[in-house]
Design a protein. Sequence first.
Length: 461
Amino acid sequence: MKICCIGAGYVGGPTMAKIAQKCPDIHVNVVDINAEKIAQWQSDELPVYEPGLLECVKEARGRNLTFSTDIDEGIRRADIIFMSVNTPTKTYGVGAGKAADLKYVERCARMIAEVSTSDKIVVEKSTLPVRTAQSIKRILDATSEKGGVKFQVLSNPEFLAEGTAMQDLENPDRVLIGGETSPEGNKAVEVLASIYAHWVPREKIITTNIWSSELSKLTANAFLAQRISSINAMSALCEVTGADVDEVAHAIGRDSRLGSKFLKSSVGFGGSCFQKDILNLVYLCEHFGLPEVAHYWEQVVTMNAYQRDRFVKRILENLFNTVSDKKIAIWGFAFKKDTNDTRESAAIYVCKGLLEEQACLNIYDPKVTKEQIYRELGLPEDSDRIKICQNPYEAAEDAHAVAILTEWDEFKCDQMDYQKVLESMQNPQFLFDGRNIVDREKLKQMGFEVHSVGKSDFYAV
Ligand code: NAD
Ligand code: UDX
């Protein structure tokens, strides 16, 4: 059996590497229009940083895992084609700012339709609005009528989270496959299920109708993000009442009906999925005439923006209402730890807010490149408003404040020499912990003025 995956990004690369590792009898070919990315996948400098990914790629590469820019050939030879291209928020025309831009997906479907000379199973791996499979099927079928080639479209959304992608793929909570409710549809579902069954227990492979599968992905992301916005809303209340958001999260998380995960209050969620997928859901609800439902979900995104803005305001207010020409150390730029991905990172918004107030930023992140930081902040590389540092100590030197924006382990109290940081900073030494990862009491005793999310000393009991 031969698989082709179109799109060698954060999803296509890791998911296909895992399939190739677990199924040595299946040839997996990952193709992309971006030649530079394909060259990186063929090297040891992968375009995606993910713990355990390089080892997995190395095990299968050259055996049954290949990377290529020859998309037509990849499609022609494959029995199963995964579409794993990006589906960003539309920036133009109808639905701008909310709807998913499906031009890359449609382009894929047309390429598949044009070059296929044998029957294929086409799998939606990208996150798509409910009922997209219908459009894909129409494009494919228009061609199949001419050439006699038959297509089955399946929905198989990906639930991996970045930073833990390889663990998530190795041991998923579930694999979801949606297919057409017909004998041909059931057969295609079984073919895909049997691939995952190489390492995923059968009871974890859920099969549904295709619309349920598409909608489940948007629903899962909306529910996860909603939990973060809910606890972040409570963090604002904690800060003015003396309650501690981590204690509140711990207390409610012990209720087995709520569970403890995704209750970590922070400077705000980032990443390429949550905001994009919720806005897509909002657009869909509006489109189907459900304004109340749309409004309900939109609040999750509104609350997230409020949380980021609040963090910037807190820095400003504590630094005596001006950060103009003050040096602020930014520790962490990725949207979460253990990834080099910066899409929609809270750090972008916080940095932009501080730059608007004319602050000078010393930015350090262990995995994000200098070029990427300049690009995300929309600054020319000769800008003197920011400096990219090689380590957190360099960033903190002479700074008025340190702001922790990504929860990299190296910023924890047992891994950093905070005395050295304290001594190198301007007085008073402010530390704004946007991830609640430092030992507040310890740092306060050392002499730092510590501000954490959802905690306040003013009302301490
Ligand atoms: P990405 O931007 O990292 O990768 C997409 C790749 O597709 C790019 O390398 C791009 O060059 C390629 N591409 C676009 N059009 C192409 C074409 N016509 N032919 C060949 N290649 C083409 O995106 P991603 O983060 O991997 O996300 C892909 C999809 O998976 C999205 O729909 C996303 O919502 C979904 N998803 C992402 C995550 C995540 O954590 N990143 C998790 C689950 C689902
Ligand atoms: C998310 C979903 O978790 C995953 O299932 C889906 O496939 C893709 O979208 P991802 O965005 O990669 O994954 O990472 P995730 O761990 O969900 O974190 C998203 C953001 O929320 C990060 O910025 C993270 O720091 C933040 N977060 C997460 C919190 O602020 N608090 C939490 O309790 C959890």
